[in-house]
Design a protein around this ligand. Structure first.
Ligand SMILES: Cc1cc2nc3c(=O)[nH]c(=O)nc-3n(C[C@H](O)[C@H](O)[C@H](O)COP(=O)(O)OP(=O)(O)OC[C@H]3O[C@@H](n4cnc5c(N)ncnc54)[C@H](O)[C@@H]3O)c2cc1C
Length: 517
């Protein structure tokens, strides 16, 4: 089946989805007979998942993952993961009129979390219990879902996954309303899980925050030696198995002949051939520019229409802050997973409205940011990561290209704005301890990933853009797969396995949406 320039599989993009796709192939084939090639435009693999050094500090892009030991074990990868010790999350609810702060502390562990909430809000104890129990059961139903169910399996799903079926078209807000929880603080707490997916509660598909909440409350982790361990270890294992890797190589076209995928064309014009291609780059770029919508439309009008309608997730701003040794982050309770500083209420919804207009909606009266302290979990010099979302790409790219000074000034102004908030509401005198601040903007993410919208979480999980209604992984072009609908490290590792499961007629996961060892 192979010859010169002909591979068993070509994977486009060496982020976590691409690495998982390529390694899963290598684990399941004799690569001398059916070689696999991973193509990455950057000088290194990993995509969004990386660690970087600035002035002696080691920073990560990503911050936390759920327990993914079963997947790592399938891939044959060992990574030392450290669990966040203290609270799972603290929410600093700021009243923007009076500057008063209310702190909501959420412990780790599903049961402890439930007990604490019920004790804190006795008026709503029964409703909270019902909400959490129902949501847990719905989350566990995910393990019974098939990715491409047969007619018989659809019948089984209706029987085995009634909660998912009943709520699949609901937003989190609509879902939450069913439980008649009246305490505003409790709603505030659960809305934060919605915002983890970078969509407001009134727009995100209910199952997304429910999964994030259940998987992360079970335990939130980070790799001891930085998130770069994922790409380093997967890449090594892949190459040890004989997988081929091309770095600094850009794919320009995905070649299609008579409805079947043929190979790829690189930017320098070279063509490489394969009967199977897995693309893991921005799906809009892959479908529209690399393949061409006309070719897809000729095969499947519905799929082409879906491509045109897909909404991508938002972009983000990140501050990586290196601190001196004088600061006592432990005493400030910073060993918890996530600290959210927010003006609460409809803050996220209104920030999202601004994002949709291509504007930045943060003001002194309306803000929402996440602060993580990686060093207290994984060691190293004291540092903080600040996550700011939603942030539109807007004119960040043009500014960086055409007016670098203004770009620098604008990103510094926004960094100052958010550092002010942290200093005021979370870490007094923070500025005195700062040694280095590295600022990433939507332009940084657009460049990193090749996503024109700088989307950090791929396709956005609206109810009509997720689950059954998402852009399918199996494209209408025979042999072409696009495992790009779930976000996060866990979802990306799983997606690479799922695409191979489709190619291998369910050999790896028996067609299941979740891996069950
Ligand atoms: C700041 C930030 C924080 C995050 N925090 C978390 C977190 O705490 N926990 C979590 O689970 N997830 C987190 N995520 C999300 C997670 O990082 C992503 O979901 C995941 O990395 C996406 O992986 P991917 O391989 O699908 O895509 P990408 O990482 O975008 O990889 C795509 C790859 O394709 C390459 N490429 C693009 N175009 C071409 C081309 N034409 N030819 C060849 N190669 C090409 C790119 O260079 C890139 O390496 C975060 C993301 C960001 C940006």
């Amino acid at each position: 089946m192979t010859g010169k320039n002909k591979y068993g599989l070509i994977v486009v993009g060496g982020g976590i989805t691409g690495l998982s796709s390529a390694l899963t192939w290598a684990l399941n084939h004799d690569v001398k007979e059916e070689p696999v090639l991973l193509i990455e435009k950057e000088p290194k693999t990993g995509g969004y998942v990386t660690s970087y050094e600035r002035e002696g500090f080691l920073f990560d892009t990503c911050q936390m993952i759920p327990n993914i030991s079963d997947i790592l074990s399938y891939l044959g990868i060992e990574i030392e993961l450290k669990k966040f010790k203290g609270y799972y999350m603290r929410i600093f609810l700021v009243n923007p009129e009076t500057d008063e702060i209310k702190v909501l502390e959420l412990p780790s562990g599903v049961d402890t979390f439930k007990k604490q909430l019920m004790a804190l809000y006795p008026n709503n104890a029964a409703e909270i219990e019902k909400f959490l129990d129902y949501s847990r059961e719905m989350y566990l139903e995910l393990f019974d879902l098939k990715l491409e169910p047969t007619a018989k399996e659809i019948m089984k799903t209706l029987k085995n996954c009634p909660k998912i079926v009943a709520n699949s078209s609901k937003t989190f807000k609509k879902y939450f309303e069913k439980f008649n929880i009246t305490e505003p603080d409790v709603e505030e707490i659960f809305n934060v899980f919605a915002e983890f997916s970078a969509l407001p509660a009134e727009q995100v598909a209910a199952i997304v925050p429910i999964s994030a909440m259940n998987s992360l409350l079970d335990g939130a982790f980070r790799p001891k030696d930085g998130f770069v361990e994922f790409s380093k270890k997967i890449e090594k294992k892949y190459q040890d198995l004989g997988g081929e890797l091309l770095l600094k190589t850009e794919v320009e076209k995905i070649l299609v002949d008579d409805g079947e995928v043929e190979g790829v064309q690189l930017k320098d014009g070279e063509k490489l051939y394969s009967d199977y291609i897995i693309t893991t780059v921005d799906p809009m770029v892959a479908m529209k520019s690399m393949v061409g919508l006309d070719k897809i439309r000729a095969l499947d009008k519905k799929f082409a229409k879906k491509v045109e309608e897909v909404k991508m997730s938002t972009s983000s701003m990140n501050l990586s802050i290196g601190l001196d040794d004088e600061i006592d982050l432990d005493a400030l309770g910073m060993d918890c997973g996530y600290n959210v500083i927010t003006t609460g209420g409809d803050t996220y919804d209104r920030l999202f409205d601004a994002y949709e207009e291509g504007e930045i909606g943060f003001t002194d009266k309306r803000f929402h940011l996440g602060v993580v302290c990686p060093s207290l979990t994984t060691g190293g010099k004291p540092n903080l990561t600040v996550r700011i979302s939603p942030m539109a790409l807007a004119d960040w790219l043009e500014l960086r290209k055409n007016d670098p000074e203004k770009y620098k000034e604008r990103k510094q102004n926004w960094a100052d704005f958010f550092i002010d908030k942290i200093e005021k509401y979370l870490i007094p005198d923070l500025r005195k301890h700062i040694k280095v601040v590295d600022i990433s903007t939507p332009a940084t993410y657009a460049r990193y990933s090749g996503s024109p919208t700088g989307s950090v979480y791929d396709m956005a999980p609206y109810p009509d853009n997720f689950g059954r209604t998402r852009l399918k992984m199996r494209t209408p072009i025979k042999g072409l797969f696009q495992p790009k609908f779930v976000h996060g490290v866990f979802g990306c590792l799983l997606a690479g396995m799922q695409a191979n499961d489709m190619i291998l007629d369910r050999k790896i996961m028996d067609g299941n949406a979740r891996y069950k060892p």
